[in-house]
Design a protein around this ligand. Structure first.
Ligand code: NAD
Length: 284
């Protein structure tokens, strides 16, 4: 059994990104991420700080636009529009969740797919669905694909079972795996007898948010397991997979923490780079 080391892969990608950005800078191309945060949610503030730190590490310029809790929809949309029209800004991200009185869908609609480095916009989801090369992909599933690539795990013809169908993890992951020629099964909260599906998985992706939903008796020998779940219980973080049991049967498995988690911000940096160079080779 091989542990998929997300910290190592993340570090490797950031080092490569730093080199590419230095080269692009020397040719006059720069990259800038604008993060817009509304209100004072402490978790969001931590995420935003980590994004700014990540940008500094790889040489992406960044700015954080901090707006008060009382911000109106019109004020938020005016800031987004300014950034959309600012050619020095290559990527725009609105930190979610927004305060309840704001309509995030209407705000996010203003960000064109080329600057939507979160990959959440209708345009980028449409491009992913149509397997277009120039899509910017949602960062967490994109990170999981990069983990599979780093470890040279074969995907073509494999049966991938994705548990969870959210717009930010499960659904885009299932499309990316389909794009990689997997046969994909998507399970969700209304799927009866989950084990009937998970037992047949060559690749098992968990994006649910339920501690140890997947146990050793639910998987077959040799399965590759990617666990995006983050479940905080008594100050400790657990995945959706019972790592101790399932790792006895898996060929590859991500730990939690230290597996999928470290990849998400790295792929945001990667997307900001891709948005800046407008590279034709943006593909999973
Ligand atoms: P979500 O709540 O939007 O979606 C959860 C999905 O799980 C739903 O589609 C639901 O149908 C499915 N589900 C719920 N109970 C189930 C059950 N018993 N059996 C099968 N499916 C079930 O969550 P999300 O935003 O997709 O996040 C999923 C998990 O991934 C969470 O733990 C979240 O914290 C984590 N996450 C991690 C990162 C990261 O950077 N590592 C990023 C995003 C989300």
């Amino acid at each position: 059994m091989q542990i998929i080391d997300g910290k190592l892969v993340s570090k490797t990608i950031r080092e490569e990104l730093k080199r590419k950005i230095e080269l692009a800078n020397s040719q006059g191309v720069s990259f800038k991420l604008t993060v817009i945060i509304v209100g004072n949610d402490p978790a969001s503030e931590i995420y935003v700080n980590n994004k700014a730190k990540g940008c500094a590490e790889v040489g992406i310029l960044s700015e954080t636009v901090k707006m008060p809790e009382s911000t109106t929809q019109a004020e938020l949309e005016s800031v987004i529009s300014d950034k959309v029209n600012d050619d020095s800004v290559t990527g725009i991200l609105v930190q979610l969740p927004l305060p309840k009185h704001l309509d995030s869908q209407s705000a996010l609609k203003l960000i064109p797919p080329e600057k939507d480095v979160d990959g959440f916009s209708d345009g980028n989801v449409g491009k992913l669905t149509l397997f277009k090369q120039d899509a910017l992909f949602s960062c967490t599933p994109f990170g999981m694909i990069k983990l599979l690539e780093y470890y040279n795990i074969p995907l073509c013809g494999k049966h991938a079972v994705v548990i969870g169908r959210s717009n930010i993890v499960g659904k885009p992951m299932s499309l990316m795996l389909l794009n990689k020629d997997c046969t994909v099964t998507v399970c969700h909260s209304r799927t009866p007898n989950l084990a009937d599906f998970t037992k047949n998985a060559d690749i098992l992706v968990c994006a649910v948010g339920k501690k140890h939903l997947i146990t050793a008796d639910m998987v077959k020998d040799g399965v590759v397991v990617l666990d995006a779940g983050i479940n905080r219980v008594d100050g400790k973080i657990y995945g959706d997979v019972d790592f101790d049991g399932v790792s006895q049967k898996a060929s590859y498995i991500t730990p939690v923490p230290g597996g999928v988690g470290p990849m998400t911000i790295t792929m945001l940096l990667y997307n900001t780079y891709l948005a800046g160079i407008n590279d034709e080779k943006r593909r999973v």
